[in-house]
Write a protein of this length. Sequence first.
Length: 276
Amino acid sequence: MTETISTDRRAERRETAERRQHSRDLFVEFRNVEKAYGIKNVLRDANLKVFRGEVLVILGGSGSGKSVTLRHMLGLEAPDAGRVLVEDEDITDLPEEELYRVRKKFGMLFQSGALFDSMTVFENVAFPLREHTEMSEEEIEQSVNEKLELVNLPNTGHLMPVDLSGGMRKRVGLARSIVLNPQVILYDEPTTGLDPITSQKINELIIDLQSKLNVTSVVVTHDIQSAFSVGDRIAFLNKGVFEWVGTMDEARDSDHPVLRDFLKASAVTAAQPTRD
Ligand SMILES: Nc1ncnc2c1ncn2[C@@H]1O[C@H](COP(=O)(O)OP(=O)(O)O)[C@@H](O)[C@H]1O
Ligand SMILES: [Mg+2]
């Protein structure tokens, strides 16, 4: 009896999630993408959809091709076969000049943070504005301060990167990646190397920015706690394909053997029982 009810509820949730997805636009789509480096096949017939307004988590082990996936979204790499679409535009064969226009839609938080150590926090965040816009000094100041406030680092513009903790560096990197007002934010391992409390603060910031900036987010991680804190959906990358894609609740209930092993390894299935 209980079993029937829980199955019904699960089905109901799944339907709601599917309805929501169908009513949304696709922002990024991978169609049968293949990419090899030498003899190593990294992506093998990878299919993926990122919907506008969602937080999609790409989960996968180290070396599974997560960063390579992000580079394909930006057109920094072209697939050997298959297509990459951004807002219905096929970007697979676009020339470099055209790709600049596409890349403006994205803000990327690199794994390393990659701040310029010789520049102040203010100049680090201002850098893309000076490179890509004709904004006046006042406009730049307003924009940089607004972004520093969004990442909860007001009045830190005068600091040097060396004065910052790991979590603060990530936040400055994040302020810089959103300073050109992207529609999509790509996060490459945003919590890797941070302690648990700092990681949780970064997770909260990802959710906060999602609602305040009304963006789409793709979060690449092997940190399952982080995945479950921020994600609407998971795409599990294994052996070059997105082997399993679904909502967080579905991931907890999934009987996919490799995904289950991956989740069990960090005790998500045990620590966060389903609500059925
Ligand atoms: N430019 C490159 N040249 C050669 N091999 C690469 C290159 N970029 C990535 N790879 C290989 O592709 C695999 C996936 O890399 P990556 O996407 O960085 O993994 P991760 O999931 O840890 O982000 C790795 O084995 C890596 O060594
Ligand atoms: Mg990586």
